[in-house]
Design a protein around this ligand. Structure first.
Ligand code: NAP
Length: 316
């Protein structure tokens, strides 16, 4: 299989890198400085037949155009927002992702983030470590998660796993997506505003596309209101971040638990001083177990492609 030239877009996982290197001819894009990358792609374009990217860098139109021998893009993520899918379809380039294997981790983290934000677990920890408990006595009261009205934007694999977990906390569940799901008893809201109006906590778990960019806008945030909480484990650009920051600073939103941001790894500094936010560095699928399963899926998809067998998790 060494004949398959694989472009690895950025450092993402050492196991995946080693295993790809053992099976294929690996081209590490970051080996060349940013200003020389076009040249690097041109020099190796005859050999590169596959791209392995992730939520940081995938295969955009420029990259696809620069690689005329490209046959497959196998992303180390379930999200496809860094891949120009239309261009792949147009050029007959196959695309695979890593669905299902990361669902539990992301849903666990979403519930963790909600409880962490509402019960102020991180802030309470800082309260103890900084000695304020000793000096000032008891910590202030916080907000309960159990029994709350949970709204889910995007009842896909991860959204559904969040819903199942929230049910165990006796929460009532509503959701919004483009179509009503026939096999659930959760309440469907055809409009996101009405879902937010009827939710105490809104989980953002939908795909980032042209249609969902800034889908959580000022109106949605205001519909959640000063007692409402937003948890985003989807993608940063799903939320209008400047509006979110304003709402949090002005007290128009109760709090936010955020694993993803609009311009990662940049996080708005206004958030750093707020006690009603929990900020995570995009770690939804970041466990040893899950990252290994994701890596294996990427490798098996590439092997299947070389052997002309059916792809395991095809998107295109
Ligand atoms: P999925 O099963 O494809 O679910 C995506 C959901 O988005 C579907 O329910 C879909 O519902 C909804 N959706 C798409 N377009 C929409 C629109 N215009 N309006 C409303 N809803 C829309 O994907 P998944 O496996 O659950 O993953 C969901 C997302 O989570 C991924 O795309 C990724 O960005 C993110 N993610 C983040 C992390 C992390 O580390 N934080 C890890 C993994 C995944 P309809 O088709 O019915 O509209």
């Amino acid at each position: 299989m060494e004949s398959l030239g694989v472009l690895f877009t950025n450092p993402m996982d050492s196991y995946l890198e080693e295993e790809l290197g053992r099976r294929f001819k690996l081209f590490r894009l970051w080996d060349s400085p940013p200003e020389k990358r076009k040249e690097f792609l041109r020099a190796n374009s005859g050999e590169i037949r596959a791209v392995v990217g992730n939520s940081v860098m995938g295969a955009d139109a420029d990259m696809i155009d620069a690689l005329p021998a490209l046959e497959i893009v196998a992303t180390f993520s379930v999200g496809l927002d860094k891949i120009d899918l239309d261009k792949c379809r147009e050029k007959g380039i196959r695309v695979t992702n890593t669905p299902d294997v990361l669902t539990e981790d992301v849903a666990d983290l979403a519930i963790g983030l909600a409880i962490c934000t509402m019960r102020q677990i991180c802030q309470s920890d800082r309260f103890v470590r900084s000695g304020v408990w000793l000096k000032n006595g008891a910590y202030r009261l916080t907000t309960k998660f159990s029994d709350k009205k949970v709204g889910i934007l995007g009842l896909g694999r991860i959204g559904l796993a969040i819903a199942k977990r929230a049910e165990a906390f006796n929460c009532t569940i509503g959701y919004h997506s483009r179509t009503e799901k026939p096999n659930t008893h959760y309440k469907y809201y055809p409009s996101l505003i009405s879902l937010a109006t009827n939710s105490d906590v809104l989980f953002v778990a939908c795909a980032l596309t042209h249609d969902t960019f800034h889908i959580v806008n000022r109106e949605v945030i205001d519909a959640l209101g000063p007692n409402g909480f937003l948890v985003n484990i989807g993608r940063g650009p799903l939320v209008d971040e400047p509006e979110l920051v304003k709402a949090l600073v002005e007290g128009r939103l109760g709090g936010a638990g955020l694993d993803v941001f609009e311009n990662e790894p940049q996080v708005p500094e206004e958030l750093f001083g707020l006690d009603n936010v929990v900020l995570l560095p995009h770690v939804g699928s970041g466990t040893v177990e899950t990252r290994k399963e994701m890596a294996d899926l990427v490798i098996w998809n590439l092997e299947a492609h070389v052997l002309k067998k059916p792809l395991l998790t095809p998107v295109v």
